[in-house]
Design a protein around this ligand. Structure first.
Ligand code: PLP
Length: 395
């Protein structure tokens, strides 16, 4: 079985496993225990990991809040900013322009879109911007959407289905010009492409360990302290500057730190290798298959992403036939429901369903991509020959 689904998750790097193991057994302390060596040891390990994660995004360690993953980080950023503003707004009587507006984009992950929808149900106004055929948001549309009532602009750095990279620095500038905060879900970008909170001037950044060869169930939210006010979603023990109470997942956090350290050192070389393999896969497919289009621009894209759709193919039959290659047709896509990202790009439903997302990563080899190109081409050709429509078109 060949694994080409690194946007869904990644295998944990053995060096990360090795770093984590002692924190399950002999170094099992609670990072919140202030009165003995076990607690101090765990706390030191957490602070080391905080520095490692912060270094990956050019941040100060104090601005990194550990969470259970990026879904929680996205929720904390969006609902937390809204709650902090609401609390202030309610006491500032007579405010002329009520801050009650959030701007996001149609191709965001559900971890962003769903909290925005929840806020909308609670009286917030939410603008969901479209993307063009390339998958990119138009900056003039951002300028038109952001007003003095906008509190937050949330746009992902790299898309998890089509891999396109949004112009985050430019969008942050537009948000700040109107006094809004800038959040970015950078789950797929960090550790894969250069990402620096100072260069981009962002205020809130969501990350997760399991997309960069770290463990599942641990992530972080970067919160620029002097600018972004965030209210916690839960009350409890006051950990993580009171923003994320609860006993810290010390082994997971140590693993995240190690994964971040490895990714930071490996990124330039890895990005080159992975994009080379991705281009090889694309060429391998193009030379064998007609009626195939690449979804999203190739000009600003994650090195390990390829998303293609095929004319005249039943999407479900395609996935079922690829029995020894782990790929997906998008995030949480079902036969009845095409990917909201591909639909936002303007693809018709059947075309969106006949799409494959390839996610290449640290462990991907040349032989694997060569095998995948041959296999996918053979399956597409067989399915077309079985379909009267496809056969007639000689695709
Ligand atoms: N945001 C993006 C862009 C993702 O790709 C994912 C992963 O599926 C998430 C958020 C959710 O991350 P987690 O699995 O850590 O909750």
């Amino acid at each position: 079985m060949i694994y080409l689904d690194h946007h869904a998750t990644t295998p944990v790097d053995p060096r990360v496993v090795e770093a984590m193991l002692p924190f399950f057994t002999e170094r099992f302390g609670n990072a919140g225990s202030k009165h003995h060596r076990f607690g101090w040891d765990a706390s030191d390990a957490v602070e080391r990991a905080r520095k490692q994660v912060a270094a990956l995004i050019g941040a100060g360690p104090k601005d990194v809040i550990f969470t259970s993953g990026a879904t929680e980080a996205d929720n904390l950023a969006i609902m937390g900013v809204a709650e902090a503003i609401r609390a202030k707004r309610d006491v500032s009587a007579g405010a002329l322009a009520k801050p009650d507006h959030i701007v996001t984009v149609a191709t965001e992950h559900k971890a962003v879109l769903d909290p925005c929808r929840r806020l909308e149900q609670n009286g917030w106004r939410v603008t969901v911007l479209p993307v063009n055929r390339a998958g990119l948001v138009d900056l003039s549309e951002v300028i038109a959407a952001v007003t003095e009532r906008t509190v937050l602009v949330s746009v992902m750095a790299a898309n998890n289905e089509i891999g396109v990279l949004q112009p985050i620095g430019e969008i942050a500038r537009i948000a700040h010009a109107r006094g809004a905060l800038m959040h970015t879900d950078a789950v797929q970008a960090v550790g894969k492409v250069p990402f620096d909170v100072e260069a981009l001037d962002v205020d809130l950044v969501s990350m997760t360990a399991h997309k960069l060869c770290g463990p599942k169930g641990v992530g972080a939210l970067y919160v620029r302290r002097r600018r972004a006010e965030v209210a916690p979603l839960m009350e409890g023990g006051g950990q993580e500057r009171g923003l994320r109470p609860g006993t810290l997942n010390v082994p997971g956090i140590v693993g995240f730190g190690k994964a971040a350290e490895i990714a930071r050192a490996a990124m330039p070389g890895e990005a080159k290798t992975t994009s080379g393999l991705r281009d090889r896969l694309l060429e391998g497919l193009r030379s064998r298959v007609d009626g195939m289009t690449v979804n999203g621009t190739l000009d600003a894209r994650l090195p390990g992403n390829l998303n293609v759709s095929f004319e005249g193919i039943d999407g479900e039959a395609l996935l079922v036939s690829l029995d020894d290659i782990a790929v997906s047709s998008g995030a949480a896509c079902t036969a009845a429901e095409p990917s909201h990202v591909l639909v936002a790009l303007g693809l018709a439903k059947d075309r969106a369903l006949a799409s494959l997302r390839f996610g290449l990563g640290r462990t991907t080899t040349k032989d694997e991509v060569d095998y995948a190109a041959v296999k996918v081409a053979a399956v597409v050709s067989r399915l077309r020959s079985m379909s009267p429509v496809g056969g007639a078109r000689r695709l």
